[in-house]
Ligand binder design. Structure first.
Ligand code: COA
Length: 248
């Protein structure tokens, strides 16, 4: 029988960059080293596919403006995305699952915990928000600000970053039209979000300017199929377009 395919990689290039010009060498932070090792493992071990879609968030933007006018703190987009993902995890159990260590069984989860990537000066951290399906958006908004501030000021204990069912990585405040987020194993999927842009679209039979949010869903193709991913983002499109239902 033929041996399993083996990667035969050349050694990593050991280059004296100073031969080409001035350089400075700085060590990676502890968080970068730790995160980097997990990202490498997940990128190599998980067959990733990224499904791209976009959601019409014109109504959601109006709702956020209304909340601000009513004197409530204006939540960012992110807590609505957490809530939308939570409803998707409930509706599509194949996303709310993990492969067990043997790789032969799928563990279906009855809880809905969502991780949120936070960019900190020392590296990327992914705190987990618990029981998102049961929490109103404003509660999730408060939890995100609190934990992101704590992550940036002091870092986070491992306990705050464990037990997630799926993660969200939002680069929307910076830009981009799509990317390939790396799955935070043993989760099976991660949602990447880029910058919403006003786009001329056919809407209710008329050409109209609509605010469109790019979504990039990476999934583990050992468990999740392309059709599942397309259904999941179609669900996100649907709930984000009628955001009232996400408030509670
Ligand atoms: N499209 C357009 N603008 C967006 C947006 C989007 N998708 N998402 C955020 N913004 C803009 C908005 O103007 C918003 O202000 P407003 O709500 O008053 O209109 C502003 O950015 C707020 O952004 P931010 O303060 O970053 O809040 P957030 O809730 O969107 O994100 C964090 C919070 C902590 C997750 C985010 O700051 C962060 O760290 N993201 C980085 C994640 C990362 O590095 N991922 C890469 C992993 S590989």
């Amino acid at each position: 029988m033929a041996a399993a395919y083996e990667l035969k990689l050349p050694p990593w290039p050991d280059v004296d960059f100073s031969a080409f010009g001035q350089t400075e060498t700085v060590p990676l932070s502890r968080i970068q080293k730790l995160t980097g090792s997990y990202l490498s493992r997940n990128w190599v071990a998980v067959p990733h596919v990224t499904h791209h879609d976009s959601a019409d968030i014109t109504e959601l933007e109006a709702l956020r403006a209304r909340l601000a006018q009513e004197g409530q703190a204006k939540p960012t987009l992110l807590p609505f995305l957490v809530k939308a993902v939570a409803t998707g995890l409930q509706r599509y159990p194949v996303f709310n699952a993990s492969l067990d260590a043997s790789g032969e069984k799928v563990v279906l989860k009855k809880y809905v915990h969502v991780g949120v990537a936070v960019d900190t000066p020392k590296g990327l951290l992914v705190p987990v928000l618990r029981d998102c399906e049961r929490k109103p958006v404003l509660t999730l908004a408060g939890e995100i600000s609190e934990i992101a501030a704590r992550a940036r000021e002091k870092g986070l204990p491992m306990a705050d970053m464990m037990g997630g069912c799926m993660s969200i990585s939002s680069l929307g405040h910076i830009g981009g039209i799509g990317f390939t987020p790396i799955i935070n194993a043993p989760e099976l999927a991660i949602l990447g979000v880029c910058k919403a842009e006003w786009t001329a679209k056919r809407h209710e039979g008329e050409l109209a300017w609509r605010l469109m949010l790019p979504l990039s869903l990476s999934y583990d193709h050992r468990v999740i199929n392309g059709a599942d991913a397309a259904r999941f983002t179609a669900h996100l499109r649907e709930v984000l377009a009628s955001p009232g239902s996400l408030l509670d």
